[in-house]
Write a protein of this length. Structure first.
Length: 137
């Protein structure tokens, strides 16, 4: 991914047109279009302004990595810290297996929550169904 694609993705997440984002950042109406097409590249000052608006790091904006904001302090519970320790001690193949298992658990959780929100329909009366051959008799 390149800057132009990252910018477009961030803009669309906020459901902004190119013109609207240009107005927010005090740019001319074609500036964002030129950035997203790759015709122009922003100055360092403008990169800082864009990163600040979208609340992302410059590394994220410039596609150096996919961590939106690595400097945000997070208050993780002790269990999560223990999980990180175990995870980092695993070989890569075991990590992949663990990640697959966690995705499976999340998928099961989502399915369960979706099924709980929909009432289960159950037939109240017994109905006798006849096949076509039974109807002809």
């Amino acid at each position: 991914m390149e800057f132009k694609e990252r910018l477009k993705s961030l803009r669309k997440e906020r459901k902004l047109t190119q013109s609207a984002l240009g107005n927010i950042l005090n740019y001319g109406y074609t500036a964002i279009s030129n950035y997203e097409s790759g015709r122009n590249e922003p100055s360092i000052k403008d990169l800082k302004k864009i990163a600040e608006y979208f609340d992302v790091s410059l590394d994220y904006l410039l596609c150096v990595n996919d961590v939106r904001n690595p400097y945000v302090e997070r208050d993780y519970p002790e269990q999560f810290n223990e999980f990180k320790n175990v995870y980092t001690a695993l070989e890569q193949g075991k990590r992949d297996t663990l990640e697959d298992f966690m995705r499976w658990i999340l998928d099961q959780q989502l399915r369960t929550s979706q099924n709980q929100s929909k009432p289960l329909k159950v037939a109240q009366d017994t109905v006798q169904y006849k096949s076509k051959s039974q109807e002809q008799e």
